[in-house]
Write a protein that binds this ligand. Structure first.
Ligand code: ATP
Ligand code: MG
Length: 691
């Protein structure tokens, strides 16, 4: 499609936004109104109509996924080498490129390393534990304080004067030492990717001139979620020419907790008085019903700019609200529905997205999707089976059914710690593989051999013996009685949970990991029961006996695990699982929003911190991802820290237009007085926030 044809497809306001190139431009508009479309079309316009080299254009967006999508959309508009050298990336990648280009000026050596948050935390732990006994929570707090400072462009030298209390003063001192050590390691952390370029461009006119020559035009998507440092990066690079286009929606600002400053929208107008503000009001994404729900919900938030989104796509289906008995029923419902809807609507797997507040909510859903053999892709979080604790538990299960599984043996022989070091294992492996004697036995079997005492010290042999003895004991118990109970006892006896606590950054993290392991064992049990039912209903000479039930169930789990890994490699047609945060900017024909309950959405922490408005925007983002159908689900009961808790439906459900909702499984209506009281609380909260 030529750029002229492409432009003709846009509405007059969008066209204006694309054509306006002589000054700063802000497109401020609601979800699905074509903001990202303006950016992609404008890149093509700049290249094809204005003759600008793609090398001189930088488009930045928020997530890698969004950057990839944008690249794809632009790629369809540009021909051949036209797009060569175009930068479409996240802010962090742009920052990384600047750092790479200016390593010397920054005082870094080539081959610097990028510390991920885990690396950074380990460094902080080392530094902080020098002074005193410090717990994991304190380390996390200091880490997030340092991150806040970096996002707000507060350097170590200035942090002390910004510190409000003793804790922050302590953090400021750690910040100084932390940065010094990073430098000594020739390393930068995630926040440095923006901070270092900004400081450099601000303080070094030569460097600034160099980068201004390189980048002539900038386009920024999801501008409402930029932080102070990111805004300064744009401002520094573009100040002279003021040639940039930023697009955003204040109602979709959902990263305040990570330093985003939605007020950057206002600052922009102050910093660039010539700013051309363009508003878009037609939504091209969602049905009228979905759009009305989104508009009605967000009307409960105060507004800087009023927006009135409308759609020509017709009313479409009602929004379904499905109440389930408990979280497992909820996950099962979503999975089975996707299965049937796919056939009914002749949809593809990729047409479905399931969104949730927290990654942990994906756990049960993944298991259900696998049960129905639905291909899926989990973004952001770690897939259930690739979690370390699940890999450990799976290795135990594999070893229990097959002691010759050396990989499983190696994974867990020292997990939890049994003082069996790499040296011992190497000698054990050599002994087991001993070519001279023509043997070649499993590591597990080798532990039982008398000859081992000649290659290993008695202490090491003793430790290995204790491990195999332990595993043998569990195997015997599995054979002679309740296999699942034996497995649960094993996990308790070796105190796997204590091991998780030693290795986790916070107690809650360890608890969640342990909960994952229990979920796996629950699933194993269910899988056995299902199998028993299946074989009972089939003919009675089934070859499966009672005892190999557990083995068959474990093999099925292992197979699922392998299938999951293979699925990772094929990214094409799969149901998308994402957090609402990660779903920003994306759209899907059919969207499921899970867990519409108080404490989940809005999240309990947000309610306590008085930031319900940000949660409402998050729900708005979730709802506006849907094109044709939207299903909201919730559970009446949910397990948290081993307890079954009653859940209250989310207040956001009350804020949607009742006539557009189609309820299923709703229990008796809530006591109207209680409901009113809750509404009042929310209003009072809002008022106090507004001052
Ligand atoms: P969000 O706020 O969620 O990021 P957005 O404002 O960036 O949304 P886009 O993703 O650009 O919106 O557009 C939403 C959908 O509308 C896309 O499918 C896009 O192709 C389509 N669209 C945009 N503009 C038009 C138009 N003028 N005519 C028809 N379809 C359009
Ligand atoms: Mg967009």
């Amino acid at each position: 499609m030529s750029i002229k044809q492409r432009l003709a497809k846009l509405n007059p306001r969008q066209q204006e936004a694309v054509r306006f190139i002589d000054g700063p431009c802000l497109v401020l508009a609601g979800a699905g109104s074509g903001k990202t479309s303006v950016i992609t079309t404008k890149i093509a316009y700049l290249v094809q109509e204005c003759g600008m080299s793609a090398r001189k254009i930088a488009a930045v967006t928020f997530t890698n996924k969004a950057a990839r999508e944008m690249k794809e959309r632009v790629g369809q508009l540009l021909q051949g080498r036209e797009g060569h050298g175009l930068t479409v990336s996240t802010f962090h990648t742009l920052g990384l490129n600047i750092i790479r280009g200016e390593l010397k000026t920054l005082g870094y050596k080539p081959g610097f390393s990028l510390f991920d948050p885990e690396d950074a935390k380990a460094l902080l732990r080392d530094l902080m534990q020098k002074d005193a006994q410090i717990d994991a929570d304190q380390i996390s707090r200091v880490q997030s304080q340092i991150s806040t400072w970096k996002n707000d462009l507060v350097l170590p030298g200035d942090a002390l004067s910004h510190a409000a209390d003793d804790d922050e003063q302590f953090a400021a001192r750690v910040y100084e030492a932390y940065n010094r050590h990073l430098k000594a390691y020739n390393a930068v952390d995630f926040d440095d990717l923006i901070l270092l370029p900004v400081v450099l461009l601000r303080d070094d006119p030569e460097v600034l001139a160099r980068w201004r020559r390189k980048i002539h035009y900038m386009l920024v998507d999801e501008y409402q979620d930029t932080n102070v440092s990111q805004y300064l990066l744009v401002k520094l690079l573009m100040a002279e020419r003021a040639t940039f286009t930023v697009v955003g929606d204040d109602d979709q600002s959902i990263y305040a907790w990570r330093g985003a400053r939605p007020e950057n929208l206002v600052t922009l107008g102050e910093d660039f008085p010539r700013l051309n503000v363009i508003k878009l009001e037609q939504n091209y994404r969602s049905t009228g019903t979905i759009l009305r729900a989104a508009n009605t919900l967000i009307a409960n938030n105060p507004h800087v700019y009023e927006k009135a989104l409308w759609s020509e796509l017709g009313p479409g289906e009602s929004i379904r609200v499905v109440v389930n008995r408990h979280e497992e029923a909820e996950a099962d419902r979503v999975a089975s529905e996707i299965l049937t809807r796919r056939i009914k609507e002749r949809a593809e797997w990729r047409d479905f997205a399931v969104l949730y507040r927290g990654n942990f909510q994906a756990r049960l859903l993944e298991l259900k999707l696998q049960h129905y053999q639905i291909p899926y892709k989990l973004s952001g979080g770690t897939s259930f089976f690739s979690r370390n604790e699940i890999k450990d538990a799976m290795a135990y299960l594999r070893l229990l059914i097959n002691p010759a599984d050396d990989n499983a043996f190696l994974r867990i022989v020292n997990v939890p710690r049994r003082e069996i070091g790499p040296g011992t294992l190497e000698k054990l492996a050599n002994y087991a593989n001993d070519q001279a004697t023509g043997r070649g036995i499993s590591l597990f079997a080798a532990c039982h051999e008398i000859g081992l005492e000649q290659v290993l010290p008695a202490r090491a042999v003793d430790r290995l013996g204790r491990f195999t003895h332990f595993i043998d004991g569990v195997r015997r118990r599995m054979d002679s009685g309740d296999a699942i109970a034996a497995i649960r006892d094993m996990l308790r006896e070796m105190d796997y949970e204590a091991w998780l606590h030693q290795n986790a950054s916070a107690p809650t993290v360890a608890e969640r990991r342990m909960a994952n392991v229990w979920t796996l064992i629950d699933q194993l049990e269910k899988s056995m029961e299902r199998n028993a039912e299946d074989s009972a209903t089939e003919d009675s000479d089934s070859l499966e006996t009672e005892t190999d039930g557990v083995e068959a169930a474990i093999s099925r789990l292992v197979l699922r695990d392998i299938l999951e890994q293979q699925a990772e490699e094929d990214d094409s047609d799969r149901v998308q699982l994402l957090t609402m945060h990660a779903s920003k900017g994306l759209e899907f024909p059919h969207v499921y929003l899970m867990g519409l309950e108080e404490d989940l959405l809005p999240h309990r922490n947000a309610v306590e911190a008085g930031t319900v408005e940000e949660e409402r925007r998050l729900a708005y983002v979730g709802i506006t991802r849907a094109r044709r159908t939207l299903t909201l689900t919730l559970a009446r009961q949910r397990k948290a820290y081993g307890e079954l808790l009653d859940c209250t439906p989310s207040r956001f459900l009350d804020e949607l237009p009742p006539d557009d909702l189609d309820w299923e499984g709703r229990a008796d209506k809530e006591d109207p007085e209680k409901k009113q009281a809750r509404g009042k609380d929310a209003i009072a909260g809002l008022r106090s926030l507004l001052g």
